[in-house]
Design a binder for this molecule. Structure first.
Ligand code: FEO
Length: 172
């Protein structure tokens, strides 16, 4: 595996792991605040990010590189509000998409087409995660400071499904 690709993949391993820790901190905060729906949603997000990290670790090792398992800084322990949590989620996912785009560029520059192919999965995953974060953020904004609305939002979050554009059949 080429050095630049290996480095870019290891950078991404760290970012996916950091995302997992960040979302775990959000889940834990929401749980302590009694926001069960938000908490479950963020625990799930955290698990997904860990899965993204592991998938990269295995790929790097299988391709003859060496995956580096990073340590992490302590994420924030407090968040201002549910709105704040979902604003941060969207902002963070947008940053991750940018970093996946950079990774694609490294693969193309280094003519590493198998890794380029592998990374396509992450691109569509990012489309999904951004779409989901945007949809939920719009809902939280509608709720505003209404306590009853927040209660319903939190409850409904358990069952929310977002269909991103890349999975919709335009002919259907
Ligand atoms: Fe794996 Fe949402 O970045």
């Amino acid at each position: 595996m080429k050095e630049k690709v290996e480095k870019a993949l290891n950078d991404q391993i760290r970012k996916e792991g950091e995302s997992s820790q960040f979302y775990l901190a959000m889940a834990s905060w929401a749980e302590a605040e009694g926001l069960e729906g938000t908490s479950n949603f963020m625990y799930k997000q955290s698990d997904e990010e860990r899965f993204h990290m592991l998938k990269l670790v295995k790929f790097v090792n299988e391709r003859g590189g060496k995956a580096i398992i990073p340590g992490f800084d302590t994420p924030p322990t407090d968040f201002e509000s549910v709105l704040n949590v979902f604003e941060l989620l969207l902002k963070h996912e947008i940053q991750i998409t940018e970093s996946i785009n950079d990774l694609v560029e490294v693969c193309l520059n280094e003519k590493d087409y198998p890794t380029h192919n592998f990374i396509q999965w992450y691109l569509s995953e990012q489309l999904e995660e951004e779409a989901s974060a945007r949809t939920i953020l719009d809902k939280v904004k509608l709720v505003g400071n209404d306590k009853a609305g927040l209660y319903m939002f939190d409850r409904d979050l358990e069952t929310i499904t977002v269909t991103p554009a890349n999975t919709v059949d335009p002919g259907a």
